[in-house]
Design a protein around this ligand. Sequence first.
Ligand SMILES: NC(=O)c1ccc[n+]([C@@H]2O[C@H](COP(=O)([O-])OP(=O)(O)OC[C@H]3O[C@@H](n4cnc5c(N)ncnc54)[C@H](O)[C@@H]3O)[C@@H](O)[C@H]2O)c1
Length: 360
Amino acid sequence: MGDFTQSAVACQNGGFILNTKTTNTGDGRLVTIFGGGGYIGPIVAKRLLSFGYHVRIVDLFLYGTQNIMLGLFDEPGFEVLNGDLADSSVVNAGLDGATDVVILAGLVGDPITKKYPEAHDAVNETGIRSLIDQLNGQSLQRVIFVSTCSNYGLIPEGTLADEDYELNPLSLYAKAKVGIEQKLLSLKGQVDYEATALRFATAFGLAPRMRFDLTVSQFTREMYLRRDLLVYDADTWRPYCHVQDFADVIQRVLEAPAPDISFDVFNAGGDNNNFTKRMIIEAIQKHIPDAPVAYQAHGSDPRNYRVDFKKIRDRLGFTPCFSVEDGIKELIRALDQNLFEDAETRANFYGNYEINYEKP
Ligand SMILES: NC(=O)c1ccc[n+]([C@@H]2O[C@H](COP(=O)([O-])OP(=O)(O)OC[C@H]3O[C@@H](n4cnc5c(N)ncnc54)[C@H](O)[C@@H]3O)[C@@H](O)[C@H]2O)c1
């Protein structure tokens, strides 16, 4: 039995049983996941399907990831709709018969939003806002907007940001997330669904669409390949979370009693996965001690935040199953089997680098 399985089994007390259908909690609900065709979405879809939900993914596959839908295609209750959420007819079709909505879609990350500000505006601002404007009166139960812990930006050393901590978004990407959170949460009492904003930590973990532009996976792969790795601002903190744990969080929000999640915001992650970049490097070095790593101060990304995950633990009983170390070991096992041989030739599949977006 590999470490991955052991880790999942060790987590059963937390309610996480990997790929094992235990109960039919979905009970025929149809969850439409906007932006479900990227890194995190297919993992969420697979988990919900395995618990008896129906799932519809709406995505325009900005990074050419449409073929990963084939892995879900023949699952009972799964549908895919290839289209742009900025097109209201796509949204209408996406909402047809849906009981719940999860919004993962967007231009994700600081670099891609900086590189394509017009597309960022059309999708992350106007597009998501008009999507939200169409959600009322559709008999939806839950609407989950996936935001980011990047909203905290830069906080003083030794401080932990809980959900009430002052937001300090430093990028276009995070500023849009803060604005959408505020819009959604301000709709309390005016709409017929329960809305929740989840501030996700930075993701790691294996998925059909890996993103090697995210720290844990990027560092692990670079070091595995013994490439010279230059690490900027090694002592800056950031929280991390495995994609399987994010799927667990989404399911918990879908199934929690309404008063526990209604028009509320949660940091999504776990206290023990607050890591500095240096700590990540040291965790990788346990497995790959001979990888060349150098450190440099004053990089271009000033973000530095440690996050408090008490609320999601107390209210929803969520603690992550997977540590950063679990994610590193899992990725090394996949790299050992050459599963990412095409990472260079299909760089844009494996990272958010280039898009060709036209407004509908
Ligand atoms: N990955 C992380 O580390 C991380 C951390 C915090 C928050 N999040 C949030 O989680 C969500 C998912 O992240 P991810 O890593 O899976 O990103 P991703 O870039 O892999 O996936 C986003 C998906 O949205 C789709 N999309 C973009 N614009 C669209 C549009 N106009 N219509 C329909 N689909 C559209 C893209 O094609 C893509 O498949 C995002 O909202 C992101 O902000 C991610």
